[in-house]
Structures are given as C-alpha cells and as structure tokens.
Design a protein. Structure first.
Length: 280
C-alpha cells in the first residue's frame, strides 16, 4: 500500500464538508496525542473564507484562542458567524467544536484589494535554506524519531539557529519553511497552509533563553494572531524570523515575521504560549 504524502493529507483535511451555509465538518487527520493547534486554525480559516462571496476580499488578519486540546479521534465541527459584510471589509467569527466542547475560537477579517501607502523594514539576514538541517532531523537527535516525524510533517522546515538542549541561547530564531509540494492555485488554501505553518516552532523561541529544548518542557499555544500584508502565496521558501521579547508567569510572548526570497514581508505573527519547566 502506497503511503500518502503528509501535504496531500493536509490538503484533503482542508476540504471541509459543508453541512449548512455556515456549518462545516473537518477531519483531524492521522496521529496520536493532542491535535496540532495549527491544523484547527487552518481549517477555521477555510471555514471563514468559504462564507465570503467571491470577489469580496481575501483574508488580511486573524486573531484566535486555543481553548482546549483537540483529539485525533473525532471530527471537528466549525460554526461560522457572519459578523459583517461591508463594501471593503468582511468579518467572520468561527468556533471549532469537538465532542460538544469548544476547542478553538477565531475572528478573521477579509478585505478587497486597495492601493495605498507602503513601507517595510529590512529582511533579517539569514543563510539560505540549502544545506540546512531540517527541523525533524534536529528534533530527532533529541528524541530519536526523526524519520517518524518527517513522514507526518506537511511543512518542510530548515533551521538556521537550532536549539541546543540545556544551553542558554538568545531569544530569537530563523528558519526557512515551505510546503514540500505544489499547492492548488487558490489564495484561501495558501493562506490556510501558511497559518498552519505559522504555529510551528514559535514557542521554542521563548524557551531558548532558559535552555528548555523540546522534550524538556511542557508547552502549549494560548492565542495566535496573523496579519497578511500581501495576497497569500506559499509556493516557495519563506524565511520565518521569530523573537521573544518577554516571558513571565509561565507565559512567553513571541513575534514573528515572514519574508519571501525577494525580501518582501508577506505576513506578521504574534503568539503567547504556556511554558512550564518539568516537574520533579
């Protein structure tokens, strides 16, 4: 039996079943343990976008809360509230339910394209992705399961600043990310896959100054925000730069920026997450 590629599985899971005009059903995909939050976030983006009329605009921002850990054992129901449809902006609210309980809450705004003022800062300096170790290889060195993780990862990640277990490191990280295959020519799917990828590796940035590498801490995303500065395109390497300005009360704050290879900032990300030292 041929093993399906992880990206193919993710794209299948982004094809939600429409139960009613504002009600959708999504699948959690294969796996065990807690469902990856970026998976539910990406599906919520799809649910919101499918209620926006063609030509009425593309997603430009989202703000979300991870309410409860999801499971791989049951489907997810997405309930969309059409908050507003204006001439320029449309707003949607999505709640994801699993087993009758809310696990994720998202507000998203869509905007029609418009000419206006433009500026941006400089792209962070970083070596190219060629020859860099993958995220799975680095984590596999810690957890001895790189091959298993590679088989189930729909996003390829090349790390410029790998975490070193037990070592105090600066609170920033540079990595290159891309889907390991072609995406459909649909900007909503590009946005959803980019949101999926935006939830990867962020929390480790806030753990770096404390020497808490993966497997040496308890962590969970609490909230997440993404701003799209350009029409979402995620068909080549994107530099993901993350930095953590503060951590306190077992919560770390991380800011991220995403840049294409032409030096254009395509998105910004902010997340707060729970980070706890191991007990005992």
């Amino acid at each position: 039996m041929t093993r399906r590629a992880p990206l193919e599985i993710l794209l299948d899971n982004l094809r939600l079943e429409r139960l009613d005009s504002d009600l959708f059903l999504g699948q959690p995909g294969p796996g065990s343990g807690r469902l990856f939050g970026g998976h539910v976030a990406a599906q919520s983006v799809m649910a919101a976008g499918l209620t926006v009329a063609p030509g009425a605009g593309m997603i430009h921002s989202l703000h979300a809360y991870f309410l409860k850990g999801g499971s791989h054992e049951m489907p997810i129901r997405f309930v969309v509230d059409r908050i507003r449809d204006g001439r320029t902006f449309s707003t949607r609210h999505v709640v994801a339910y699993q087993g009758g309980e809310a696990i994720f809450d998202l507000s998203a705004s869509f905007a029609r394209p418009e000419d206006g003022v433009e500026h941006q800062g400089e792209m962070p300096a970083a070596p190219g992705p060629e020859g860099m170790a993958t995220h799975e290889e680095i984590r596999g060195e810690m957890l001895e399961d790189a091959e298993r993780r590679r088989r189930f990862s729909p996003i390829e990640i090349r790390v410029c600043d790998p975490d070193v277990p037990g070592e105090v490191q600066p609170p920033f990280k540079r990595m290159w990310i891309r889907p390991p295959g072609e995406l459909p020519d649909d900007p909503l799917i590009h946005a959803a896959v980019l949101v999926y990828a935006s939830d990867r590796t962020l929390l480790s940035t806030a753990a770096r100054p404390h020497g808490l590498a993966w497997g040496k801490r308890m962590s969970a995303s609490l909230d997440h925000a993404v701003w799209f500065h350009s029409p979402p395109r995620f068909d080549d390497w994107v530099l993901y730069y993350a930095e953590s300005p503060v951590a306190r009360a077992a919560r770390g704050l991380i800011h991220g920026s995403m840049w294409n290879r032409q030096g254009v900032r395509i998105a910004s990300v902010t997340q707060e997450g729970l980070i706890r030292r191991p007990r005992g």
